[in-house]
Design a protein around this ligand. Structure first.
Ligand code: PXG
Length: 291
């Protein structure tokens, strides 16, 4: 595997960063996960815009322009012969500093791009649905580390994931301090109730998922009413359908939460329609970078 690291394509074995890199020492940095479908980088502009928003929030200057990052991503894909379908990770850390926290002592950010393949969940779960649990670990407070920032500091989500794993579930439903449902450890959540699609609003403390926004747009184009509302676990248990969205997971149905079966335990009609619509969309959207 070839990695893009600070402007150079290097073999994986040579893709090394310093133990003094603050991305490693403190989780001080940001990232994006992007997919390409059929030679097209899906929602690249939106992903890069979010990367720059995350960077701005933590006062990190990305040393490349958006066009330069796009070129670097394509170069990395080509170097790895991943011409059609890939999973791309773009990481920008604060860079090498000393052992103190001070980011002012880190003169140049570290940037790397990994391109690979990913299938987050086994295919059968896309047909049967996931069983989820709500975990005790609350999502970061907006006033502490805003979940809108896609930072390298994922310990909050990792703790949630560990709790889910301990309970035998593949993903965790997380609540905010007030007990409202926010999102999962690496996915956004939606419910369908009486033919309306509901999602927790960004203001409750979630990552504004690119896939989430695509699904909202798709639902609107299907004339499905969409509401961004506060949701409780009660709303989830008593919904007609539940599904998760994320770049890695795409759209995955949920059929069981905290031991409660959602409706009849089968993947619902709206979820199926959105899954089909999403599949169609990803193969059409965006500029094709390679044939
Ligand atoms: N919420 C959180 C907390 C996330 O980390 C999403 C929602 C979905 O966002 P997008 O923009 O991808 O629709 C994420 C996704 C993985 C993985 O491999 C995913 C994410 C981060 C790290 C790993 O599944 N982010």
């Amino acid at each position: 595997m070839k990695i893009w690291l600070n402007g150079k394509i290097v073999p994986e074995k040579e893709a090394k960063v310093s133990v003094f890199d603050h991305g490693l020492l403190y989780g001080d940095g940001i990232f994006e996960a992007i997919r390409s479908y059929n030679g097209r980088l899906f929602k690249l502009k939106e992903h890069l815009e979010r990367l720059y928003r995350s960077a701005k929030s933590i006062m990190l200057k990305v040393p490349l322009s958006s066009n330069e990052l796009e070129e670097a991503i394509i170069k990395t894909l080509l170097s790895n012969n991943l011409l059609k379908d890939a999973y791309i990770r773009v990481v920008v850390t604060r860079g090498k500093g000393d052992l103190g926290l001070d980011p002012a002592k880190c003169p140049s950010p570290t940037v790397f791009i990994i391109t690979s393949k990913i299938q987050l969940y086994p295919q059968e779960l896309y047909e049967k649905g996931l069983a989820l649990v709500t975990v005790a670990t609350r999502r970061n407070d907006i006033e502490a580390l805003n979940p809108a920032i896609k930072s390298l500091n994922y310990l909050n989500n990792i703790l949630a994931k560990i709790e889910a794993t301990n309970a035998g579930a593949l993903e965790a439903i997380m609540l905010n301090r007030d007990g409202y449902v926010v999102e999962c450890s690496a996915d956004n959540i939606f419910i369908v109730k009486e033919k309306t699609l509901y999602a927790p609003p960004v203001s409750v403390g979630i990552l504004e998922g690119i896939t989430r926004n695509v699904i909202i747009g798709l639902a609107q184009s299907f004339k499905i009413p969409v509401k961004e509302n506060l949701l409780t676990r009660y709303d989830l248990y008593n919904s007609d359908e539940v599904f998760l969205t994320g770049t890695a997971a795409e759209i995955i149905p949920v059929t069981r939460i905290d031991g409660r079966i959602i409706k009849d335990g089968k993947v619902g009609m709206f979820t199926k329609r959105l899954m089909t619509g999403f599949k169609k969309l990803v193969n059409q959207e965006g500029r094709k970078y390679a044939l």
